[in-house]
Design a protein around this ligand. Structure first.
Ligand SMILES: [Fe+2]
Ligand SMILES: [Fe+2]
Length: 329
């Protein structure tokens, strides 16, 4: 049974559903079991006045919910309680559901992908990388077969400053562009290509958060540090046994620029693989359209205009025109 309660009535053990957008509170999920007092404090501090609780789930179920005020000391988790999983059940269900309205489907897939990437960035273990690659493979198949859902996905990409939001956006955009470019060829392993795009910045988990989140310009030393992330990503995937050729190219080349001004190897033109060129365009586009504490977000139209008028020397023109095309569909 779903009940509405005021947040000040929350207790450890309750299964809570927060109706506010997932992006407006600090939790990785919109619904979860409250496991400590600190989570209740955070909910209240984020200005959330009331929440839903599911009295059939959680450690406090309908049977003991009446007595919560004096019985919450010796609670033991029920057998059904599982610690948070990397892959939200919702994501797999939404990907496979063919009857769900497409807009709803896109929303669910997007939010669940963010959760998954958020957890992966918190803990980029070999096991988590492997699991996320399996999920990304399903996601790639869905994007390739359902243009309508993909269109909605493109519309709902959110633009806050988290690395994992950026990773999901670059993943979605790049898979859609790749579909456009490679549609008449079956010599591409789209699962690995998709994994490369989603995981392109995994190396940022090795760069200190102060540098990643620093508003404004980085010092030379900070910049040097930041620019190690392609190689760090390469190392993480290699050590996890998940470094396919596609992932290697994308992780290492997404900051190379057509005119040789990129990093880490200052590659030029055809020295950069098409996967690297696609990653570069999506990466720049998402960075420009992202809202940061020190700058306003630019609309997709303004971003494409700026890229065309002032940055075209960084991109391969034909790929850039395909990129523009996905927004006009
Ligand atoms: Fe990057
Ligand atoms: Fe990036």
């Amino acid at each position: 049974m779903i009940k509405t309660i005021e947040t000040k009535e929350l207790k450890v053990g309750m299964y809570v559903k927060i109706s506010d957008s997932w992006l407006k509170h600090p939790f990785i999920k919109n619904e979860f079991v409250i496991t400590n007092e600190n989570q209740i404090k955070q909910i209240i501090e984020n200005g959330i006045k009331s929440v839903f609780i599911d009295t059939d789930k959680g450690i406090l179920t309908i049977k003991n919910i009446e007595n919560i005020s004096h019985s919450d000391k010796d609670l033991t988790p029920p057998d059904t309680w599982q610690p948070d999983k990397l892959m939200p059940d919702d994501l797999k269900e939404a990907i496979e559901d063919t009857s769900m309205p497409k807009r709803e489907k896109a929303k669910r897939i997007y939010n669940s992908s963010l959760q998954m990437m958020g957890k992966l960035f918190e803990s980029p273990t070999a096991e988590n990388i492997k699991t996320s690659k399996d999920v990304i493979a399903n996601l790639v198949d869905m994007i390739l077969r359902e243009p309508e859902t993909s269109g909605y996905l493109l519309n709902i990409t959110s633009h806050d400053f988290y690395t994992y939001t950026h990773s999901v956006n670059v993943g979605i955009l790049s898979i859609m562009v790749s579909k456009e470019i490679f549609k008449n060829s079956d010599s591409h392993n789209m699962h690995e290509v998709g994994a490369g795009f989603f995981l392109h910045d995994i190396g940022k988990t090795k760069v200190t958060p102060e540098i990643i989140n620093k508003p404004g310009r980085l010092t030379d030393e900070e910049m040097f540090n930041m620019r190690t992330h392609p190689y760090q990503g390469y190392k993480i995937l290699k050590e996890a046994g998940q470094l396919s050729e596609e992932c290697k190219i994308i992780v290492m080349q997404h900051h190379e620029r057509e005119d040789g001004t990129g990093y880490p190897r200052r590659l030029k033109k055809d020295e950069i693989h098409p996967y690297g060129r696609i990653g570069c365009i999506s990466d720049v586009f998402d960075a420009i359209t992202a809202e940061r504490s020190y700058k306003q977000a630019m609309s997709p139209f303004e971003a494409l205009k700026l890229m065309k008028e002032q940055m075209l020397h960084h991109f391969q023109e034909e790929i850039f025109s395909k990129f523009v095309l996905i927004f006009s569909k």
